[in-house]
Design a protein around this ligand. Structure first.
Ligand code: HEM
Length: 124
């Protein structure tokens, strides 16, 4: 089970890099659509899936999590994914919206800060 947890954490970290890195690459190139945007969209989708899987593993191992932190992370991740999906839908219709892409990138960074600065274990 430990190897599965470690692999999921690795995918979770790559998802985080995809959101933040994809957003920065779009901003540096000054574009509102293209491959960078799909990278952000898929990163945001994977964060929700791998995050929930990690919660399931922790709970199944009776390793209590800080539920307030998980709730905040889930809410931010859903908002991040919603912004990325709307930005991609608008880009497909030819009406790119750079604000939505920026919201997705900033929410990704915010969730990274929550992950790093707020204690994960419920016992502390
Ligand atoms: C934009 C979305 C997200 C980002 C950028 C993000 C970022 C991160 C990062 C950087 C870590 C590693 C932190 C550390 O080990 O100290 C982490 C761990 C974790 N995240 Fe997320 N996360 C996101 C969404 C979620 C969601 C939606 C959930 C669950 C509902 C979640 C649950 C967890 C859990 C349980 C861990 C701890 C893993 C472990 O140590 O076994 N994350 N996250």
């Amino acid at each position: 089970m430990e190897i599965l947890t470690n692999v999921l954490v690795l995918i979770h970290l790559i998802g985080m890099a995809a959101i933040v890195g994809g957003w920065i690459s779009l901003r540096v190139r000054g574009v509102e659509s293209g491959r960078g945007l799909s990278v952000v969209v898929w990163g945001a989708r994977f964060q929700i899936l791998t995050g929930l899987a990690l919660v399931g593993i922790h709970e199944s191992q009776k390793d209590p999590l800080n539920h307030a932190k998980i709730g905040v992370k889930l809410a931010i991740a859903l908002a991040c994914a919603a912004c990325a999906e709307m930005a991609a839908a608008r880009a497909r219709r030819g009406s790119g919206d750079s604000k939505l892409i920026d919201y997705a990138g900033v929410l990704g960074i915010l969730n990274t800060a929550v992950a790093a600065l707020w204690e994960t274990s419920a016992s502390s």
